[in-house]
Write a new protein. Structure first.
Length: 181
């Protein structure tokens, strides 16, 4: 699926006010809460590493669906929920911008397992958590997942990507920012 530059800019222009309107109301959608809880349940049921991390995590910030599109310039956006002790305790957005040789569209989900009170506190006190700044974040891939045990879980935050669909090709510079709604 190729997207021309005008379509991409128009898409971003439509998404920005909609996300700002949701953030301004601050109202939670029960359907989105159910989607977040269901995504975490499915992830931990199907993935042993996610199960181990969830069992030790202080909280899990899960984004069931992030939409990413790009043609030289790219963007990604999704909304998610903070889950503590089996219940939703907050709502967040994840936004990213990228630049580089890229084309395509994809959908995916990701979960951040916050392993310490310090990591959770940092997210609560910051005016937007930027991945790569602040607490250390380790992305759990298939190789690491096989070696993950309760004694090797030593980092502040573990990230796990799941349910990838679509096609995105290329190289680019990307930064993600997570903001409380």
């Amino acid at each position: 699926m190729l997207i021309d530059r005008r379509s991409f800019v128009a898409g971003l222009a439509v998404l920005a006010p909609a996300s700002a309107a949701f953030a301004a109301t601050g109202q939670a959608d029960p359907q989105e809460d159910r989607a977040a809880l269901a995504a975490l349940s499915k992830l931990t049921r199907e993935n042993a590493a996610a199960r181990k991390l969830a069992a030790k995590a202080t909280a899990v910030l899960i984004f069931p669906k992030i939409v990413k599109i790009g043609f030289v310039l790219g963007g990604a956006y999704g909304e998610g929920a903070m889950i503590q002790q089996g219940r939703v305790t907050g709502h967040y957005s994840s936004a990213a911008a990228s630049y580089g040789l890229q084309v395509g569209a994809q959908w995916f989900g990701y979960a951040l397992f916050l392993m310490t009170d310090t990591a959770l506190s940092y997210l609560d006190k910051s005016s937007g958590f930027e991945i790569g700044v602040g607490p250390s974040v380790v992305v759990v891939d298939a190789g690491m997942a096989r070696k993950l045990t309760s004694s090797t879980i030593t980092q502040d935050i573990y990230a796990m990507i799941f349910s990838q669909k679509g096609l995105m090709a290329g190289l680019g510079i990307e930064g993600s920012k997570i903001t409380k709604l």
